[in-house]
Design a protein around this ligand. Structure first.
Ligand code: SF4
Length: 345
């Protein structure tokens, strides 16, 4: 039987595991620090931990080998896409985005995705498996190393629907933000969902300080149902109500993501429809011009001019609206393009 990877434990869980081995739970900080701050690759490399405890931990737990990493760099804007292959052959991708003064790591929560959104290359792959907390954190570590400088933001906008693997994503966030480990602020972490309404509410009721992005995709129910099967489970009204609940409970803005499809949902009347839908919610809107990548699609991208006109209507109505600049399109690293080089079978 495979031993559990010790890096999948939050510090609290690790303290419980140490106590279960007959050792003092207070030894947890040193062990956690070795695993996550020092990033040891073996139990033997744990410095400052009593050999007896190291032996007990090694007898019960494992530390999986670091994943294989293949990097592609955009010639247009320097965006870096990293294909990660885990020891069991599962793959995921993460992307390093360089803005003026900040570095953003866009990480995956799953290898593939079961949601099947028709505009997304990951959706076409299906789900291979959920990623474990340690595998999510490995992506952060890779991004930091490849960027050559500190990461300022972590966004769960890579492969997978984070709220369909929430237990592991939640643990990864707790481990990442632990002050005995990476100490990465929760305020710098954004989780994006295609609209798993019950988990949005669960997040609102938790004490986590992360930010929430909700992919509305479009403001028309029938159009959304065409684009994402998730809409059958959680319709637009239900998703927006959950987002409203989150914003009210946490006193934080929600990011609504809206994808502009040429001639379909980029007209002035569509902007009015979006405004009516999100009325009264403390939010910011991110506009994303549809990017088909290699997908065969009936849709085409909106022009920059139309996108700007749409943005102007939103801003005029008092909604903070950002038109996202496409990055990494030449290496299939832009929104909706992550397909792990089609390595999932
Ligand atoms: S858009 Fe997100 S939820 Fe939909 S298929 Fe792609 S990765 Fe999955």
């Amino acid at each position: 039987m495979t031993k559990p990877d010790i890096r999948d434990f939050t510090r609290q869980e690790l303290a419980g595991a140490i106590a279960a081995l007959g050792e003092k739970a207070s030894k947890v900080d040193r062990v956690f620090n070795c695993l996550h701050k020092k990033g040891v690759a073996t139990f033997e490399a744990m410095s400052g931990v009593q050999p007896e405890l190291v032996k007990k931990l090694a007898g019960k737990y494992s530390i999986a080998a670091f994943p294989k990493v293949e990097k592609t760099v955009s010639k247009i804007d320097g965006t870096v896409k990293v294909l990660i292959t885990f020891p069991d052959g599962a793959v995921s991708e993460c992307v390093i985005l360089f803005n003026k003064a900040t570095v953003t790591a866009c990480v995956s929560s799953q290898s593939g995705c079961a949601c099947g959104c028709s505009f997304c290359a990951t959706g076409a792959l299906g789900l291979h498996r959920d990623l474990k907390p340690s595998e999510i954190i490995a992506q952060f570590v890779v991004c930091r190393r490849e960027a050559g400088k500190p990461v300022d933001n972590v966004v769960f906008m890579g492969m997978g629907e984070p709220f369909m693997n929430w237990a592991n994503v939640r643990k990864a966030i707790l481990i990442l933000s632990d002050n005995k480990g990476h100490n990465f602020p929760q305020s710098g972490i954004t989780v994006s969902t295609v609209g798993v309404a019950p988990v949005i509410r669960e997040l609102a009721d938790s004490h986590m300080g992360i930010r929430l992005a909700v992919s509305l995709i479009t403001a028309d129910e029938a159009h959304r149902a065409e684009l994402t099967p998730m809409n059958k489970k959680y319709g637009l009204a239900q998703v927006v109500e959950a987002a409203r609940y989150y914003a009210e409970k946490t006193k934080k803005s929600v990011f609504f993501e809206y994808i502009l499809f040429d001639g379909v949902n980029d007209r002035p009347e569509d902007a009015q429809k979006l405004l009516a839908l999100i009325k009264g919610v403390n939010c910011k809107v991110n506009l994303i011009r549809y990017n088909p990548g290699a997908l065969a699609s009936a849709y085409t991208p909106t022009s920059v001019e139309k996108a700007k006109a749409f943005q102007a209507i939103m801003v005029e109505a008092g909604i903070r609206t950002h038109l996202r600049r496409e990055k990494g399109a030449d290496i299939a690293a832009a929104c909706g393009q992550l397909a792990a080089a089609r390595k999932i079978v």
